[in-house]
Design a protein around this ligand. Structure first.
Ligand SMILES: [Zn+2]
Length: 232
């Protein structure tokens, strides 16, 4: 089968997600020429797929093992000789600038994203695509995920479920709603040992209940808390 051209991918975006198509910039470098052999582009009335992709979204509080689970799935794909690419928002630089590093020390190199619009132009020929800390991206990233699935990609996404004020992250929620599978993880409450679904912000041991929603930090700033121990 003929390789799918950049124009075909752009055509698919325009047909399926025109809101995204008005903004997205897909570079026409040779690396992006081949996307998938399972997708037919814009001129087709329907989008025939012999091998559609699948989307798994991993959600949870901080310290619930989201990045560990994400890396587990990607490393399994690599063992299976699949081509893998991993993205993360540039804002998240706690452990490493160009890697995803889990709390238990596992890591993989990652491409830094300034915007969800930069994903389609950088997937190359990858079959499996990872995206960490999705809550830091724009809510519109679900449109890109939709296109990736139509291109036959296997997508694994990890995201924080709520902020420290207990408000759900809209970006995480939207990608979860269009996924095939949701893995919901809990951490261990630092106060009582119960399952922790919330992320508590603390400052010198005192709970913080309002402020800027996005503040990158570790255990000195955030603690996993159960439903009883979470202070809102
Ligand atoms: Zn507790």
């Amino acid at each position: 089968m003929m390789p799918i051209s950049v124009q075909s991918v752009l055509g698919l975006v325009m047909k399926r997600q025109p809101e995204l198509g008005r903004e997205v910039d897909i570079p026409t470098t040779p690396r992006t020429e081949v996307y998938s052999q399972n997708c037919i582009g814009y001129s087709q009335a329907r989008i025939p797929m012999t091998n559609p992709g699948a989307v798994t979204v991993i959600l949870g509080s901080m310290y619930s093992g989201k990045s560990t689970a994400l890396l587990y799935h990607l490393k399994r794909a690599m063992i299976a000789k699949k081509e893998v690419v991993l993205f993360k928002p540039r804002i998240d630089d706690r452990y490493s600038k160009d890697e995803v590093v889990s709390h238990d020390g596992e890591s993989l190199p990652a491409i830094l994203l300034d915007s969800h619009k930069d994903i389609l132009g950088q997937i190359g020929t990858a079959e499996v695509i990872g995206l960490d800390e999705v809550q830091f991206l724009d809510v519109e990233v679900w449109r890109v995920v939709d296109i990736l699935s139509l291109l036959g990609k296997t997508v694994f996404i990890a995201g924080l479920s709520t902020d420290f004020m207990g408000q759900p992250f809209e970006t995480s929620a939207r990608v979860a709603m269009i996924s095939d599978k949701i893995e919901k993880l809990t951490a261990v409450c630092v106060k009582c040992g119960e399952d922790a679904v919330w992320t508590q912000m603390v400052s010198d041991g005192v709970e913080v209940t309002d402020g800027d929603r996005v503040q990158v930090g570790g255990l000195e700033l955030y603690e996993p808390r159960c439903r009883r121990c979470f202070v809102k």
